[in-house]
Design a protein around this ligand. Structure first.
Ligand SMILES: NC(=O)c1ccc[n+]([C@@H]2O[C@H](COP(=O)([O-])OP(=O)(O)OC[C@H]3O[C@@H](n4cnc5c(N)ncnc54)[C@H](O)[C@@H]3O)[C@@H](O)[C@H]2O)c1
Length: 267
């Protein structure tokens, strides 16, 4: 049932509970490494039971070994059935899904003249189509539970400004921004919030791949970033935790840029 409009004041959440995810279940795609792993870790530290949907288990075992309730469910997000299976596994294990993070993404480089249909389709299958169907599936379950929820999509600074050899990636991340604004509308009366985070340059296994790293160094990229450094994955995870938590209870349909000021610099 969607909530009727109400002018009633809402009880204030006590300060100590603003980032508290105890009793909540959070599902993170691509949470085995990089930014997704940092998000899974922050959520676990905030008390959530975390389910990581990733092609590989990666570092998830570290969190279980540290005593957190974190499990890995083998998932290829481009297979819609596997996304549904991921959510089913979370509900089977914990009875509910309160937070869903569409983090899994790829960013291979290719010059505009060399992009072919297969390259373009793969980029959009992982970065865009999978995010849509992930959000759709999560939103359905949250609506059925009737207690609201939060969905966070990973866009990128590349959704805001162009990068050389990133045309297909830039387009896929721009689509995530537009999709997030639209996806926020329908479930809002059910208390389900949908937002995105746009990281700037972040030190993860993905962007430390030699080809990309060499290109970044050659471009002198840190000269263009006002904070003069790249982000740590935990700094992106902190923002995702904010959006997923009661701290952001009146925030929906928006994007938070976490880029050290990079967008302020001219192209
Ligand atoms: N690292 C950056 O500088 C940066 C900047 C802006 C945005 N982002 C975005 O943040 C997100 C995470 O990036 P990252 O740098 O941590 O990536 P990463 O390559 O370091 O890790 C990605 C994780 O996603 C998983 N994954 C990849 N394809 C998958 C699939 N089809 N199904 C399930 N899991 C899959 C991988 O196994 C891996 O564990 C992406 O959406 C990326 O576009 C990253």
């Amino acid at each position: 049932m969607s909530a009727a409009p109400s002018y009633q004041a809402r009880p204030e959440v006590p300060f100590a509970d603003l980032l508290d995810l105890r009793g909540r279940t959070a599902v993170v795609t691509g949470g085995a490494e990089g930014i997704g792993f940092a998000i899974a870790r922050r959520f676990a530290e905030a008390g959530a039971r975390v389910v990581v949907g990733d092609l590989q288990p990666g570092r998830t075992g570290e969190l279980a070994a540290a005593g957190h309730e974190v499990r890995h469910v083998p998932t290829d997000v481009t297979a819609q059935g596997e996304l549904d299976g991921l959510l089913d596994a979370a509900v089977a294990a914990h009875g509910r899904v309160d937070v869903f993070v569409n983090n899994a993404g790829i960013y291979p480089l290719r010059a505009v003249e060399e992009i072919d249909g297969a390259f373009w389709d793969r980029m959009f299958a992982v970065n865009c189509k999978a995010m849509f169907f992930g959000a759709q599936a999560a939103s359905r379950r949250m609506k059925a539970q009737g207690e609201g929820g939060a969905i966070v999509n990973l866009s990128s600074i590349c959704g805001h400004k162009p990068m050389p050899n990133h045309c297909a990636y830039d387009a896929s991340k721009g689509a995530v921004l537009a999709m997030t604004r639209n996806l926020a509308l329908a479930p809002a009366p059910h208390g389900i919030r949908v937002n995105s985070v746009s990281p700037g340059l972040t030190a993860t296994p993905g962007n430390l791949k030699p080809e990309l790293f060499r290109q970044l160094q050659a471009s002198g990229v840190l000269e263009h970033i006002p904070l003069r450094r790249q982000a740590e994955p935990a700094e992106i995870a902190n923002t995702v935790l904010f959006l997923a938590s009661p701290m952001a209870s009146y925030v929906t349909g928006t994007d938070l840029l976490v880029d050290g000021g990079w967008l302020l610099h001219g192209i």
